[in-house]
Design a protein around this ligand. Sequence first.
Ligand code: DNO
Length: 346
Amino acid sequence: MKMTFRWYGENDKVTLEQIRQIPGMTGIVSAVYDVAPGKVWSVESIERIKRLANDAGLDFTVVESVPVPEEIKLGGPDAEELIENYCENVRRLGAAGVDCICYNFMPVFDWFRTNLKNELPEGANGLSYDEKELAKLDPLSGEFSLPGWDESYTKNELRILMERYSKLGEEGLWKNVERFLRSVIPTAHEAGVNMAIHPDDPPWGIFGLPRIITNEQNIERFLKLVDMPENGLTFCTGSLGASPDNDLPKMAKKFARRIHFAHLRNIAITGYREFHEVAHPTECGSLDMFAIVKGLVEGGFDGYVRPDHGRMIWGETGKGGYGLYDRALGAAYLYGLFEGIKKIGV
Ligand code: DNO
């Protein structure tokens, strides 16, 4: 297990020096943020992140994310060329020493929450999701702004995009992800890179858009599309765990060798499709973090780990879910879980 921390680049309020001081921390997870999805990242930009990280005593071997452009997911006329650009990014990152790339195949919206400042009893705040609130939102109104949301679309572009996805449906999306994997995975194999798809967050369709990386059965189907070790997962417990039907300790153990990256965090499920994010430890939420880490260790997991969304505590303000303090506490807690479970043996 290698403990890492997400860093949003030079504009991130959290500094590399701070990250370095978190016990057990080996590296950062980052990306080139000023290039549109579908474009090739410059070698200089990649090397710059690496140099900044290395100068601060940290590795840069995990990228989150190389975004997949909508036209690839939709199988549009430019898909072939865009897939080739994607492969070029994989090659360039591999050449720079990156060996794990996180990405997702969620249509239009990346991760989604209905509240970014949910007040928690301990005086902190965090992110939350409530399907009843979602029902009141109209993505075409142009009136909301959320993380993961590409705000560059005009209302009309967004309407067309949503219509195309509704025609495509889930099976169409499966077809397009397979086409993507058939080019990208062999390239990743040659470049020495593991690809790690991030599950859909939340793990069900929103606004009528199809979503497929949602449960054990679908993950199994996904891994078989191209059955090579480089075709792997980001095991995000907060995403998959939002559905009580997902047995996370079982899935952790079953998929362990294909899990290249684990996002480990807890959530509290409070109703049907209603949950909020909490501190990482088991007793703070609905997920058994001990059993999940035990499942990973038992299954032979040997990938990267990062704490995931934290609460805002101790007066910190900043990017929702990505402050320093609570994620640092999460990292220390997770580190302890791994150490304990490994030493006692499974
Ligand atoms: C949210 C993140 C996601 C993730 C992407 C991966 O906090 O986990 O935005 O980075 O879905 O492509």
